[in-house]
Each structure stands twice: as structure tokens, then as C-alpha cells.
Write a protein that binds this ligand. Structure first.
Ligand SMILES: NC(=O)c1ccc[n+]([C@@H]2O[C@H](COP(=O)([O-])OP(=O)(O)OC[C@H]3O[C@@H](n4cnc5c(N)ncnc54)[C@H](OP(=O)(O)O)[C@@H]3O)[C@@H](O)[C@H]2O)c1
Length: 319
């Protein structure tokens, strides 16, 4: 069969022949209908993800929509495997899949589940977010950040501060539910002042950035709080701006701030799976705006490297 095949971590996958998948006990072979090219898939294909085992060749793709032998569709999440979803067929564990209703757009589901589940699980699984609470999203212009705005609004957030870089991209975010925006590309003192003015009273930070922008945001946020003993939950979800920060000990003493993460490991596989059916239902209902770009699997090498017409697009490979 045909698949996207990585033979060296320094080059994009190529459309090539690959061995047919074989189902083990309790597994099932599905016809892949659509699989998203998420940042997590890029790090898998470059060998840089924290779960990478350096095994080559590998077929990338961590999730997708597949057709079962009975013709029905499922959204599936794969375990850490060298036999990923960007192929004509792959092997799934049915316990790590949820039904996709007939008539749903598989490309939309494949594009949105990974970025949407980052905030869906963070707010519903990692903490007990309540309507009326307020949120700051660091890295709000990407696919996951834009969905986080919509997820927070859907869950009843009273205010949603969207921080990212690029005035024109930030200007689009109020239509999704952002009540204020902060341009992280501004001068550092201006960023600090804007965060202090708009986000010092938030209950939750959804952090897709980490690195310097997160590090620089901590002090203005906690020193601007009227009551520093009021809980601030800082949920680390992505690290597009850098893998590390310097965290002064005084931060933890002078404010009631809790740092926690949300992702594979900090959320259990079972905990993640429990949250997926409700998310599929909302996506299929059209609750969230997504920007999916269907691309033939045969064009995988081009899709990997070609700049997108819009930075908000999420490429979905379709065998
Ligand atoms: N833990 C989980 O459950 C989970 C699930 C899904 C995704 N994630 C992670 O979340 C992160 C975001 O995913 P995504 O799907 O939204 O990716 P994406 O669509 O590629 O978006 C990344 C965004 O980050 C922005 N960005 C990059 N560097 C920045 C910086 N220094 N300051 C401000 N903005 C910056 C980019 O804007 P520019 O165009 O300005 O660079 C872009 O808008 C990734 O690390 C991904 O692996 C985690």
C-alpha cells in the first residue's frame, strides 16, 4: 500500500510503498479517510518529540478518521508507533477510537480534534473550569489557540484574553470569542503593561508558548492581581516558543499560582479518551470554526514544506 514514509529525520516524508498493516489481538485495520498534519506529527517525523524512539522507517500521523470494515467512521488516536495514520490503511485499537456520525465531514474532524482537545482536556480534565471564570491564552493565533478561545467561550468563560503576535491575526480573534487581545510582538514593557491591565485577574492561563513569552508574562500577571492569594492555574500545553523558562522562587511564594501540564502522560489515556466523544459531537454540530485544508496523501512531501495561504490552515492528508 501507499503511505507517507520517513526514512531519515532530516527530510520530509515521501509518498512511497509500505508494508500492509497487520492487526494484532484486539486491533483492527481501518481504511484511513483523513489524518491531520499537526505540530506533534512534525516533531514525530523529525524525531524530536519527547516520545520519539528513533525507529526508522516510520509512517507519521498520530490520529485520524478511518473507515471500519462495516463502513462506519471512527476518529482514532494511535499509540506511540512507527506505523502512523498517514497511509492508506493503519491499525487501530478500537478502545482508542470514538464513532464519527454518518454525514460528518471527516476532514474537519481530522483537522480539529488534536488542536481542540488540548484545551478541551485541559479545562475539563486537568482542572474543574467553571462558567464565569476567566482565561488568558498564550499563543492564541495558532490552530490550538484559536480553538482554545472557542472552547473557553463554549464552557462559559466570562472573559478571554488572547495573546499572540501579529496585529491582523489578533484582530480576527474577537469574532471567535476573545474579549481582549495582547500583541506579544510589542516592546517588552508594553507587553507587560497590557498583560497586567487585561489579564492580571484571570483564573486560568492556557499556555501554548512557554519559553521567553511565558517567562516574561508571569511577573506582570501575579503582581497585578488585586488578591494574590486567589488561585491562578497555569496550564502548560505547548512549547512553541521554547522548552524552558527561568522561574524565580519568589513567584511561588508571593502568589497562589499552580503550574500544571496537560498532555500525554499528565492526562491518562483513559482520561483523554473519556473527553473525546463530547468533543466530536461539538465539532460535528458546528460549534467551533476550523480552517481545514484537504490535501492528497500523494502530495505529502509538498504539503510538508509548502507555505500555507493562511497561517490558520491545518493540512489534512487524504489517501
Ligand atoms: N498538550 C496537548 O494536549 C497538545 C495538543 C495539541 C497541540 N499541542 C501543542 O500546542 C502547540 C500549538 O499547537 P497548534 O496546533 O496551535 O500549532 P500551530 O497551529 O502551528 O500554531 C502555533 C502558533 O504559535 C505561534 N507562535 C510561535 N512562536 C511564538 C512566539 N514566540 N510568540 C508568540 N506566538 C508564537 C505561531 O505564530 P507565528 O506565526 O507568529 O509564529 C502560531 O500562531 C504545539 O506545541 C503543539 O504541539 C499540545
Amino acid at each position: 500500500m501507499k503511505a507517507a514514509v520517513v526514512t531519515t529525520f532530516s527530510e520530509p516524508p515521501r509518498f512511497a510503498d509500505f508494508a500492509e498493516p497487520v492487526a494484532g489481538p484486539g486491533e483492527e485495520v481501518v481504511e484511513v479517510v483523513a489524518s491531520g498534519l499537526h505540530p506533534r506529527v512534525r516533531s514525530q517525523a523529525s524525531g524530536s518529540h519527547y516520545t520519539s524512539t528513533d525507529e526508522l522507517p516510520l509512517v507519521p500521523g498520530v490520529d485520524g478518521v478511518g473507515r471500519l470494515a462495516d463502513g462506519s467512521l471512527v476518529y482514532f488516536v494511535l499509540p506511540d508507533t512507527a506505523f502512523g495514520a498517514m497511509a492508506e490503511r493503519t491499525v487501530i485499537d478500537p478502545r482508542r477510537s470514538v464513532p464519527v456520525p454518518a454525514g460528518a465531514d471527516p476532514v474537519l474532524v481530522a483537522s480539529a480534534m488534536n488542536p481542540a482537545m488540548s484545551s478541551w482536556i485541559a479545562l475539563r480534565g486537568r482542572i474543574a473550569f467553571e462558567p464565569g471564570q476567566s482565561v488568558l491564552i498564550l499563543g492564541a493565533t495558532g490552530s490550538a489557540g484559536r480553538l482554545a478561545i472557542q472552547v473557553a467561550r463554549h464552557l462559559g468563560a466570562a472573559s478571554i484574553v488572547a495573546a499572540g503576535r501579529g496585529a491582523s491575526r489578533l484582530a480576527e480573534l474577537s469574532a471567535l470569542g476573545a474579549t481582549a487581545t495582547v500583541d506579544l510582538a510589542a516592546a517588552p514593557d508594553d507587553v507587560a503593561a497590557a498583560l497586567s491591565a487585561t489579564a492580571a485577574e484571570v483564573d486560568v492561563v492556557l499556555d501554548y508558548l512557554w519559553g521567553e513569552p511565558a517567562q516574561n508574562a508571569i511577573m506582570p500577571l501575579i503582581t497585578g492581581r488585586a488578591d494574590r492569594s486567589r488561585l491562578l492555574q497555569w496550564i502548560q500545553i505547548g512549547a512553541v516558543a521554547g522548552p524552558e523558562i527561568i522561574l524565580p522562587s519568589a513567584v511561588l511564594r508571593q502568589a497562589n499560582v499552580q503550574f500544571l501540564g496537560s498532555g500525554q502522560g499528565s492526562a491518562s489515556a483513559r482520561g483523554i479518551l473519556e473527553q473525546l466523544p463530547s468533543l466530536v459531537a461539538e465539532l460535528v454540530r458546528g460549534t467551533f470554526t476550523v480552517d481545514a485544508l484537504a490535501t492528497p496523501l500523494a502530495d505529502v512531501a509538498r504539503a510538508w514544506t509548502e507555505p500555507l495561504a493562511r497561517s490558520t490552515q491545518r493540512v489534512v492528508l487524504v489517501p
